[in-house]
Design a protein around this ligand. Structure first.
Ligand code: HEC
Ligand code: HEC
Ligand code: HEC
Ligand code: HEC
Ligand code: HEC
Ligand code: HEC
Ligand code: HEC
Ligand code: HEC
Ligand code: HEC
Ligand code: HEC
Ligand code: HEC
Length: 396
């Protein structure tokens, strides 16, 4: 037997309320290219391009899925509409964004902040895989740069770093992205996240000092594996605030290619920033002197110590362990023998404990020099007195 009631309920459920506007109704008015509205003195087009809309990722949504306050409205609607939300369908994303530095309330300012449409668009939203999308890898620097490279905005918010985009473009990740077109390169959101963006000084940020190694590791895993066993990696893991991270030696936005001419000189300056004493003694050596003159062939810190696997002298695997020095120096001084490696790259004549030979030779030289000066001083003084006496005798 037929059951009319369930069929009726199903009909009610499936059929839209007869009075509500359909997407076709909206287009009746909004496909008009001349439909504009004046907001704060400037014109806002209210034209919605049907082709762009239907080919967007939301092309099969109804207008009222986003403009939900119009869901029950007949034919004409209010002039002023509330802000549109995306959270009905993307609640998880909105939740992340609401906690971020970009959300009103968390930011120190509440204007120029990006909401969903600033990074994604409104009616032309495309999947991140689509080359035309604002969030396609190649386009992300420009999407973020709309504010972070804008002189007008960054002059008002100096913490946004107006140089960020230009530095990024000059660095290896920017070159590889823009010139080689490699979408495996790092762009803004690889280091900062897309929705959970925080100031780098905030521990929740993936660019924070405590997390930056892991962030680089998502692409440079092999290097991080070496680093974690180095003296620097171990001190970092133990919570040292002084230990270097990937960013301490490489920088962040303008990262140079390791083979670039100036790179080792820059790194040597960065090592020196933390190892002041060893850097001073290095500068006094032959290698340091010629490096200081801009000659990049002579040994700099990483040539003798390595880069990611740096270990103290006592460690048998250390490049400066006495057993390995012949190989280390031999890379540039072919045939370096056990005599050659006695040369002290950090010789410090002030350091009696570590360089006693040098210290005492230096001390002896100082005593000798001082002795000579004192002796000659006395000699000259006596000679002067004597000359005076002779002179008086002559006159007298
Ligand atoms: C009868 C024509 C007409 C129809 C049908 C229509 N609109 Fe509009 N819409 C307008 C006009 C005119 C304006 C500009 C109002 C003004 O001057 O402020 C407007 C403005 C808007 C605005 C901007 C509001 C604001 O606060 O700035 C949105 C959003 C909008 N319409 C969405 C829709 C949607 C969605 C539909 C379908 C559910 C729809 N409209 C149907 C004529 C129409
Ligand atoms: C994926 C969500 C989404 C859908 C679907 C959608 N809109 Fe919008 N619409 C937005 C957002 C976001 C804004 C900007 C609101 C704001 O700035 O506060 C907007 C703004 C508008 C405006 C104001 C002009 C502008 O560009 O800011 C009009 C008119 C409008 N929509 C009409 C429509 C019509 C007509 C449809 C259906 C054909 C539609 N919208 C479908 C998200 C959507
Ligand atoms: C009625 C539900 C609904 C609303 C409202 C909605 N979306 Fe979507 N959105 C979807 C669906 C469904 C997809 C397609 C998912 C897929 O194909 O993987 C999608 C996809 C997307 C994508 C592409 C994701 C990707 O694969 O790269 C973005 C970006 C997006 N939406 C942003 C927004 C924004 C911004 C708003 C508000 C202006 C919004 N959405 C409103 C349902 C919605
Ligand atoms: C500061 C720019 C920015 C803002 C603001 C932003 N997004 Fe995104 N969004 C991105 C980027 C970049 C991606 C690409 C992520 C990727 O490729 O891994 C993305 C990806 C997405 C995706 C697809 C992948 C995913 O994580 O699910 C959706 C959906 C999405 N955004 C929705 C939204 C919604 C909704 C809002 C507002 C609450 C929003 N976005 C605000 C930049 C932004
Ligand atoms: C519509 C403009 C706009 C866009 C687009 C935008 N931002 Fe922002 N961003 C801001 C503003 C404004 C702040 C400052 C918030 C505050 O006052 O703390 C900010 C803050 C930040 C900060 C924290 C800076 C600090 O140290 O305090 C980071 C990091 C950041 N944005 C990264 C991004 C990334 C990555 C993108 C692209 C995925 C992006 N932004 C897109 C406007 C924007
Ligand atoms: C390889 C990782 C990486 C990439 C790619 C990256 N950043 Fe950063 N960014 C960082 C780190 C790490 C910091 C913290 C810098 C510091 O403490 O000196 C930072 C700081 C910032 C700040 C805070 C202001 C400042 O100068 O300290 C902003 C804003 C910012 N980045 C935006 C961007 C934008 C926009 C892009 C894309 C054009 C981008 N970043 C690309 C790692 C990255
Ligand atoms: C103590 C300083 C220092 C730290 C910390 C450091 N690097 Fe390096 N990195 C270097 C030096 C020096 C080179 C150049 C090595 C060479 O020319 O042999 C280099 C080279 C590289 C290269 C190019 C490959 C190569 O060996 O030529 C990549 C990629 C790299 N580093 C990534 C990282 C990542 C990721 C981290 C974080 C785990 C990191 N670095 C930490 C100093 C450092
Ligand atoms: C999304 C992946 C990704 C992330 C995250 C990333 N990189 Fe890279 N990086 C690349 C790619 C791809 C290249 C280019 C490789 C090439 O062409 O030699 C590169 C190149 C480099 C180089 C130059 C290598 C060379 O051959 O001289 C250094 C140094 C470097 N990255 C350091 C870092 C540091 C430090 C971080 C974290 C702050 C980081 N990268 C985060 C993908 C990434
Ligand atoms: C951000 C600061 C920082 C930077 C940059 C840095 N180091 Fe270190 N380094 C440390 C800390 C902290 C330790 C562990 C504590 C200690 O022994 O002084 C350490 C330990 C060492 C040791 C072992 C010393 C010992 O007595 O056990 C050597 C060798 C070394 N670093 C060489 C280098 C070289 C070479 C560079 C540049 C390629 C460099 N460091 C860059 C902070 C830094
Ligand atoms: C020509 C090779 C060479 C160069 C260049 C060099 N070092 Fe060394 N370094 C050594 C040797 C060999 C030792 C161990 C003997 C000693 O302490 O004099 C050493 C010792 C050290 C130590 C103490 C290690 C320990 O385990 O006690 C540190 C820290 C250090 N160097 C940092 C640096 C820094 C920073 C630079 C660059 C400013 C640098 N070195 C340049 C060869 C070099
Ligand atoms: C990256 C290459 C490099 C490494 C590694 C290196 N040197 Fe040198 N060294 C040079 C260059 C280049 C000169 C200048 C040579 C010249 O002008 O004849 C030089 C000069 C010297 C000189 C003075 C000039 C001479 O030839 O008598 C001594 C001594 C010396 N190095 C010792 C060492 C010792 C010991 C080590 C290992 C602890 C070492 N070097 C590691 C490149 C290197």
């Amino acid at each position: 037997m037929r059951q009319p009631l369930p069929y009726f309920l199903l009909f009610l459920l499936l059929s839209p309320p007869v009075y509500a506007m359909t997407t076709t109704d909206c287009f009746d008015c909004h496909s008009d290219e001349s439909l504009v509205k004046t907001v704060g003195g400037s014109e806002l087009s209210l034209h919605i391009d049907e082709e762009v809309y239907t080919s967007s990722i939301h092309g099969n949504l109804d207008c009222t899925d986003c403009h939900s306050e119009l869901a029950d409205v007949e034919e004409e609607h209010e002039e002023e509409l509330e802000n549109t939300t995306c959270s009905d369908c993307h609640a998880d994303v909105e939740e992340q964004w609401l906690k971020s530095v970009h959300a009103p309330g968390n930011a120190m300012v509440d204007y120029d902040l990006p909401g969903c449409p600033d990074c994604h668009g409104k009616h032309d939203i495309l999947s991140g895989d689509d080359v035309r999308s604002r969030i396609f890898k190649l386009n992300i620097p420009a999407t973020c740069g709309e504010c972070h490279a804008s002189k007008e905005i960054t002059s008002r918010h100096p913490n946004l770093g107006s140089e960020v985009n230009s530095e990024y473009e000059e660095g290896i990740h920017g070159i590889v992205l823009f010139k080689s077109g490699m979408i495996f390169s790092a762009v803004c959101n690889d280091c900062h996240g897309s929705h959970s963006i925080f100031s780098a000084s905030d521990e929740r940020s993936s660019a924070n000092r405590s997390r930056i190694n892991d962030t680089c590791s998502s692409c440079h895993a092999g290097i991080v594996n070496v680093y974690i066993n180095s003296i620097h990696g171990k001190h970092f893991a133990a919570g040292s605030e002084e230990a270097p991270t990937c960013a301490s030696c490489h920088g962040t936005h303008r990262i140079d290619r390791a083979m670039d001419k100036g790179f080792l000189i820059t790194v040597t300056e960065r090592c020196s920033g933390c190892h002041k004493e060893k850097s001073d003694t290095f500068k006094n050596t032959y290698h340091g002197q010629v490096t200081g003159m801009g000659y990049s062939e002579a040994a700099q810190c990483p040539d003798c110590h390595g880069a990611h696997g740096i270990l103290p002298k006592e460690d048998p695997a250390s490049m400066i362990n006495p057993n390995n020095l012949q190989a280390t120096c031999g890379a540039c001084h072919p045939g370096a023998n056990s005599n050659f490696i006695k040369y002290l790259p950090h010789a410090d004549y002030h350091d009696k404990e570590n360089y006693p030979g040098l210290y005492y030779v230096y001390l002896a030289m100082v005593i000798l020099l001082a002795g000579v000066f004192i002796l000659f001083g006395i000699h000259t003084a006596l000679w002067l007195i004597r000359a005076q006496i002779e002179e008086r005798k002559k006159r007298g």
